[in-house]
Design a protein around this ligand. Structure first.
Ligand code: SF4
Ligand code: SF4
Length: 253
């Protein structure tokens, strides 16, 4: 509407159209910052007017609240991320909020520089947290699905302490070679193809590929309990190839 009506808004904003604001994933936002965007502004349909009845705008709001906490943890000004709700008929309002947002971002300054974080360090912070998105989402899945009564409630949905705890005590998963019976369940279910193994071959996790989703920990049959969740402990090195033959053992159940 703003374009059709020839309304003016700052040229340094780049519009990316998606079919629903609910499509704007946590990864999209963090990657935009990783790639140097100074601000990200999401515009969704008005609350209660979701076109698809899936309330994608509510999911976007929820995810923005989470992302702001993550940014705080990284030392990035969370004001760089904003969400607003409006209809396509509100061209004048669109031009105004976009102009205001651009002005605010100019006042905050370039990302990293304004926060006293060097370019390389900034890239590393975002790269590391992008690699943890599946872990963050699976850890926060209940809250991410919450439907609250008003916008303000979403702002306090995630606490600083819980995000700090989440991103400080990151688990690692390790397969105990003494217990693995090579049933293959974890390998088949691993979404990152991070588990190597075969019939009769003790399975091992490639820590560089692991996205810490915890699936292997959940699916390893209780009678084996071979996958360990390690927090704050070093991960033992994988056993040598020649020692990976499974020694069948009797298991209860
Ligand atoms: S936690 Fe387990 S299932 Fe998930 S990516 Fe890592 S190895 Fe794969
Ligand atoms: S699910 Fe458990 S027993 Fe089966 S291969 Fe994986 S670690 Fe080994």
């Amino acid at each position: 509407m703003a374009g059709v009506s020839r309304l003016q808004y700052p040229p340094d904003i780049r519009l990316i159209r998606v079919m629903c604001s609910g499509r704007v994933d946590l990864g999209f936002i963090l990657r935009a910052f990783y790639n140097g965007a100074d601000g990200v502004f999401i515009i969704g349909c008005r609350i209660g007017e979701c076109n698809y009845t899936t309330q994608g705008n509510i999911h976007a709001l929820n995810m923005v609240s989470l992302c702001k906490r993550i940014m705080e943890f990284l030392g990035i000004n969370p004001e760089r991320l904003m969400i607003e709700f409006m209809s396509s008929a509100e061209g004048i309002r669109f031009a105004r909020v976009v102009t205001d947002f651009t002005k605010k971002i100019r006042e905050i300054g370039p990302i990293g520089e304004a926060e006293g974080i060097g370019k390389e360090e900034l890239k590393k912070k975002f790269r590391d947290v992008i690699g943890l998105i599946p872990y963050i989402k699976s850890s926060m899945k209940e809250k991410l699905l919450k439907m609250l009564d008003n916008i303000e409630e979403y702002e306090s949905l995630y606490t600083k302490e819980e995000i700090e705890n989440l991103l400080t005590n990151i688990p690692s998963y390790y397969i105990d070679p003494e217990k693995c019976q090579a049933c293959g369940t974890c390998r088949r279910r691993c979404p990152a193809k991070a588990i190597d193994g075969d019939k009769n071959k003790i399975h091992i996790i490639d820590q560089d590929k692991c996205i810490k989703c915890g699936t292997c920990y959940e699916v390893c049959p209780p009678k084996f309990r071979a996958v360990k969740k390690l927090i704050g402990e070093p991960i033992p090195p994988p056993i040598p190839e020649e020692q990976r033959i499974v020694q069948r053992r009797k298991v209860a159940g």
